[in-house]
Write a protein of this length. Sequence first.
Length: 307
Amino acid sequence: MWRRAPFLSRWARLGLAALLVGGCAAKPDPFAQQVQRINEISIAGEELFSRGELKRASRNFSRALTMSRSVDYPEGTAQQLNNLGAVALEEGDYPKARDHFTQAYNLNQDRQQFAAASINQANLATVAVKQGNPAAASQHLLTAQDAARQSGSPPALGRVYLQWASFYLDQDDPAPAQDFLTRAQPLATTPELKGALCHHRGRLHLARGDTGQALEMFTQALTTDRSILNRAAMAADLFYLGEAYQIRGDLAQAWDNYVRAFDVYAGLGEKARLSRCLQRLQEVNRQGRLGHSLERFEKRAQPGSSW
């Protein structure tokens, strides 16, 4: 599942408005004020996470977790456990990520927060894929799907269908991927989901050898993902645009898109994906006899390097 970062959990914020609306009397509600502060810290952590500043994001999420536990705010506790799991997953600490996601899932499931529980299970599926266990990933996605249906939230179910599609595309099995994309289409009502839908349609067209349609879909995905500044998704869109152009033999365009993907991934600190981009840059530079210097890319992809 190469497209996106793990899902951060924003569902706890849905209860924040109700808490604040109830505070219209003369005296402010101290609990609602604390919840608001927790959510502010968490939102700041999400912004840091989206920029690849994982250590700083982790500090925000840890602080919000401690605060949530100290005021008996279980929705916030589950949210921050999920967010800390997302950080651990990005850092490659899969046992820690699995532990955090599982704790978050148990809290959400016990309290019948099914939409959030679905996100936790989707993230556990990503952990399983990263660990090379597609059978376990499939089981987690089934559980995520059940939770999303229980939630009654169309976007929650659409999100799981899109992850199913990504799962099958990763397994080089386009037929079920097509089925899940068809199911996801009417449920993909948010910009995040619309971008993911276009992206995975692009991957499906690429798997079937239709590079023209793939380019159209990845371009649509990039436009949508840029509108919400989803950096990880933008980088993946650009990478796959490069791949589509490379397959078509348009190596100058492939180079341009791989460079753009490289720079976004560099801003996110994504070392593994930098290496993959560098490999593609080397290929198209050689195949097209483009004569571009690779020095800055090679330096940036080295461990411990910076801009």
